[in-house]
Design a protein around this ligand. Structure first.
Ligand SMILES: Nc1nc2c(c(=O)[nH]1)N[C@H]1C(S)=C(S)[C@@H](COP(=O)(O)O)O[C@H]1N2
Ligand SMILES: [Mo]
Length: 524
């Protein structure tokens, strides 16, 4: 056998040893996480730590480019980098076993540090998966590298291809099987913990609202092909959060604590206690501050929930305008996310709520089961805490929540926006009457006017669909007499205070994108 070929085979085996060691490390970490803390799996904590440190423009780019797949892309990226490093360590271990194994251990330390840095870290339990995984991976690499070491002839001369391929492959096989079993067992434990939550959701019967949603006027939904549905089905509702694994909270053990500055009666609620209260049902449109002009991160649902202002009043909270000391309400989720809303907005009579139902069913896990917060008129990151478990009254001076620490605005009311849903950009509608249509929103102020401009022509009033309420988006349409050629269609809205939507384009950071949406079409 040529020695070059035998060298290549050894390098390939080194790479395989490295990959198997990494696989073992991840699988054992998965097993330990499954036993102690599912949210502390190695890829989850490293991914989470990456998200925490991602600069806002990059995060925005990722959301825009990969949309709701951003987290899958991130996890695949982490795994790809890990695989490359593992291959390198495996080849290194062929000549320097100890160094290779030490390299694997180093990754355990990185993983442990990432776990501790997560906002939902609870301490030592979080570092165990990474440390245990790294130890197992280091042992596996050391052992496999030993098997791949040349067998020396009795006279001290390296034997020609004398190391035992068969011995290596047998060890590799045993490692692979053991690691796969550990990983599968870990998945099983994690899954079993989620099952309690799944069952608690399936068994949850939502009470009837004491205050049902006001009847929606018949004309809220235009019959224009291509226009967004007035009510967004749960399965289509946009999702934006930092959670790499969606928290699966058991409704039976869930608690909500209300405490902090000016709270004279700190209280802890169970879900049953909340459900026993008079519930309200409202149509509310939720929007993400990361939504670009014309973007998709907006949805409208019928929410069922507990009026939040009532709970706060019972706890003794007084709004700042009546002398209350706390001006910021910080909501905290089970995964450590923090969101801050003005106490004044929450208590000014709008339908701020702790939602338990979404379009007639318990909240989907993706959207915050068992309870999330909603404040009509505010972007999601300053109001819509999913998987909420704690409400703390404080001040804007005293505390900056998660996104505010990352340069987003402390206060962020939703900006007036209009979006053209049809025709689509670069569509080729036939000459003659073309229906231009879409949605406009200015939550808690309402939409009173939408105008369309063709090229540089005059602004023309669009026809407004019926308005369900000031907290929802409103559909509009415009019959355009399309003439051959390329045309730019631009839309702008006016809110219920009479304020016209600004033309000035801004970025999403720090407090939401502004500017007019336009679409270019060609009439053949
Ligand atoms: N726990 C938690 N709640 C959260 C977030 C999050 O990352 N974690 N993201 C917020 C943001 S930025 C938005 S826009 C809304 C999105 O809610 P949705 O995913 O149900 O559409 O949830 C908010 N609540
Ligand atoms: Mo958001």
């Amino acid at each position: 056998m040529s020695s070059l070929r035998s060298k290549l085979v050894r390098v390939a085996f080194g790479a395989l040893a490295g990959l198997l060691a990494a696989f073992t490390a991840l699988a054992v970490a998965e097993l330990v996480a499954g036993l102690v803390r599912p949210a502390a799996g190695p890829v989850t904590v490293v991914g989470g730590a990456v998200i925490d440190r991602t600069p806002a423009p990059v995060k925005d780019f990722a959301i825009r480019t990969f949309g709701e797949n951003d987290k899958i892309v991130l996890q695949l990226g982490i795994l790809a980098i890990l695989a490359l490093i593992a291959i390198g360590l495996g080849i290194l271990a062929l000549s320097h076993r100890r160094a290779g194994a030490a390299g694997v251990l180093l990754f355990g330390i990185v993983g442990a540090a990432a776990a501790l840095s997560r906002p939902d870290s609870t301490g030592t339990g979080d570092v165990l998966p990474s440390i245990a995984g790294a130890l197992a991976g280091a042992v596996a690499l050391y052992m496999l590298a030993t098997k791949a070491a040349p067998v020396h002839a009795p006279d001290g001369q390296p034997g020609t291809g004398g190391w035992s391929r068969r011995g290596f492959l047998a060890a590799a096989g045993v490692t692979a099987v053991a690691a796969t079993s550990a990983g599968a067992l870990g998945r099983y434990f994690t899954g079993r913990q989620g099952q309690g939550a799944v069952a608690s959701r399936e068994n949850l019967v939502l009470p009837k609202p004491a205050s049902p949603a006001p009847a929606v006027p018949a004309g809220v939904q235009l019959k224009v092909p291509g226009i967004t549905a007035f009510t967004t089905p749960n399965a289509d509702f946009y999702r934006v959060d930092t959670a790499l694994t969606v928290p699966k909270v058991d409704a039976g053990t869930w608690r909500l604590r209300i405490h902090g500055k000016g709270v004279t009666r700190p209280l802890t609620y169970t879900l049953d206690q909340l459900l026993a209260r008079p519930l309200i049902e409202r149509d509310i449109t939720l929007t993400c501050v990361s939504n670009e002009v014309g973007g998709p991160y907006i949805g409208n649902a019928r929410w069922l929930g507990v009026p939040l202002a009532d709970l706060l009043k019972e706890a003794g909270v007084i709004p700042p305008s009546r002398g209350g000391k706390a001006d910021q309400l910080v909501a905290r989720s089970v995964d450590g996310m923090t969101l801050g809303s003005p106490v004044e907005d929450v208590m000014d009579g709008r339908d701020a709520m702790l939602a338990v139902g979404m379009n007639g069913e318990p909240l989907p896990f993706d959207h915050g089961f068992p309870v999330r917060m909603l404040v009509p008129g505010l972007y999601g990151y300053v109001s819509a805490c999913k998987w909420i478990e704690d409400i703390e009254l404080t001040t804007f001076d005293a505390y900056d929540p998660y996104w505010v620490k990352r340069k987003w605005a402390r206060k962020a009311p939703i900006k007036t926006q209009a979006r053209i849903d049809t025709p689509k950009p670069f569509a080729r509608p036939a000459a003659g009457t073309v229906t231009v249509a879409g949605v406009a929103w200015a939550q808690h102020r309402g939409i009173t006017r939408v105008q369309i401009r063709v090229d540089d022509g005059p602004w023309q009033d669009a026809d407004l669909a019926a308005q369900a309420g000031v907290d929802t988006w409103r559909q509009w349409s415009y019959r355009w007499n399309a003439t051959p050629g390329g045309h730019n269609l631009t839309v702008r809205a006016t809110d219920g205070t009479g304020q016209a939507q600004t033309e000035q384009r801004t970025r999403t950071i720090p407090d939401g994108a502004s500017g007019w949406h336009s679409v270019f079409v060609t009439v053949p």
